[in-house]
Write a protein of this length. Structure first.
Length: 136
């Protein structure tokens, strides 16, 4: 697996994550790739790779990776999956914290991302904050 990951993704740079999410994403392509590479690279090598792959990360760019996808109609089967994408992103950011130095500037407050995602799913007063604490 590590050899294939290095061949397929090791030289990736400047990923166009600003295009996410598209209407069919169940997972974030950018974050899925970072998840794989964090498993096959040593921490320092992963940090260097991540700087090349998502060079604006320390400045919160692209913002589309940190903002929940909008689910305009939760009864629409074509877009309701974006709730799952939002939770996946929040969980993935938390996992990245296991592979990055907290003082590196490469991290976002994953709890805030998770709370934003859950706030879309749970209207105010219905336990979104409590659910966020359990999920992220």
């Amino acid at each position: 697996m590590a050899g294939a990951a290095h061949r397929w993704y090791g030289d990736d740079t400047n990923y166009p994550a600003g295009w996410e999410p598209n209407g069919g994403d169940f997972l974030s392509p950018a974050l899925t790739e970072t998840e794989l590479m964090s498993e096959v690279l040593q921490p320092a090598a992963f940090a260097d790779w991540l700087d090349r792959f998502l060079p604006g990360l320390a400045n919160g760019h692209p913002s589309s990776l940190f903002e929940p996808a909008i689910v305009s109609d939760p009864t629409d089967g074509q877009i309701v999956h974006l709730h799952g994408l939002n939770l996946y992103r929040a969980a993935d950011w938390r996992l990245r914290g296991l592979h990055l130095d907290p003082g590196s500037g490469r991290m976002v407050p994953e709890t805030q991302v998770g709370r934003s995602a859950l706030a879309q799913r749970h209207p105010p007063g219905e336990g979104a904050a409590a659910a966020a604490d359990r999920c992220v």
